[in-house]
Design a protein around this ligand. Structure first.
Ligand SMILES: [Zn+2]
Ligand SMILES: [Zn+2]
Length: 256
């Protein structure tokens, strides 16, 4: 099957994107991978940038480019208080794929340095996983759980890596929920170029497989065209090691 990069952002729908749809289409031409655009929809996220877009505009503008290897999804920021708006948007729009993300914990945008300043690492990471577990139980109409190691990405601790043994109980609860509800785990490739990042995701994938998880999606979270499908050779190693099945979604249906 064709492996998909199912986590890509573009301008103007994701305000932190740095690539236009034309650049992404150009990249797709010569690529061995399928692409899924997944723009940010973070209802309730406070800050200078608004991570929300108009789905009608999105489908009007990008709909003509849709084909079997170029699909249109959304990255939905999961927040318990926003369930009504999230439900409405997902139900009323023809997204191919919905990826569910935790970007905000106890009102803090965890991409901001404050989160590492206010909480020590143990607190910050425990809160993040607790928040994730609460949110996926509250709203579970997503297809894959995005970038589970996201809390490491912007953390300011000397060693920001997640050590699975320290959060095993929380991660096991999350994985059991995903498996019981037929959801996937995204293997986010963004940090796989560094040995530590690779080892972190590898150990997370090991636990997921140990819990009985099989299905994974692969996503670069590219905001620049040069980062599309970045480190996919590394993620293939993880998939192979734990005998995982890479999938993507089209019309909200899992495709192998
Ligand atoms: Zn995200
Ligand atoms: Zn993203």
């Amino acid at each position: 099957m064709v492996l998909f990069d199912s986590h890509i952002h573009t301008l103007p729908f994701s305000p932190d994107g740095h690539q236009t749809i034309e650049e992404v289409l150009e990249s797709a031409k010569g690529s061995e991978y399928g692409y899924i655009i997944t723009e940010h929809m973070d209802y309730g996220l406070e800050g200078p940038m608004k991570f929300e877009f108009d789905p009608n505009e999105y489908f009007t503008k990008y709909g003509p480019y849709r084909n079997d290897r170029f699909l249109l999804g959304v990255e939905m920021g999961l927040m318990e208080n926003e369930t009504a708006r999230i439900t409405k948007t997902v139900n009323e729009n023809p997204f191919d794929m919905v990826i569910g993300s935790i970007h905000v914990v106890e009102g803090y945008d965890i991409a901001m340095p404050e989160y590492s300043e206010i909480f020590n690492k143990r607190e910050a990471y425990s809160k993040y996983f607790d928040c994730m577990y609460a949110n996926i139980r509250k709203y579970s109409d997503f297809d894959t759980l995005a970038h589970i190691e996201y809390v490491c990405r912007y953390a300011k601790y000397d060693d920001p890596e997640i050590y699975v043994s320290e959060y095993k109980e929380a991660l096991t609860s999350i994985f059991n929920f995903l498996i019981e509800n037929d959801k996937c785990l995204e293997l986010n490739t963004r940090r796989l170029d560094k040995e530590k990042g690779f080892n972190t995701l590898r150990e997370i994938a090991r636990l997921y497989a140990h819990c009985g998880g099989r299905y994974v999606t692969t996503g670069s979270d590219a905001h620049y065209a040069k980062n599309i499908a970045i480190n996919f050779d590394s993620v293939k190693k993880i998939i192979k090691e734990f005998d995982l099945i890479p999938v993507y979604y089209k019309n909200r249906k899992r495709m192998e």
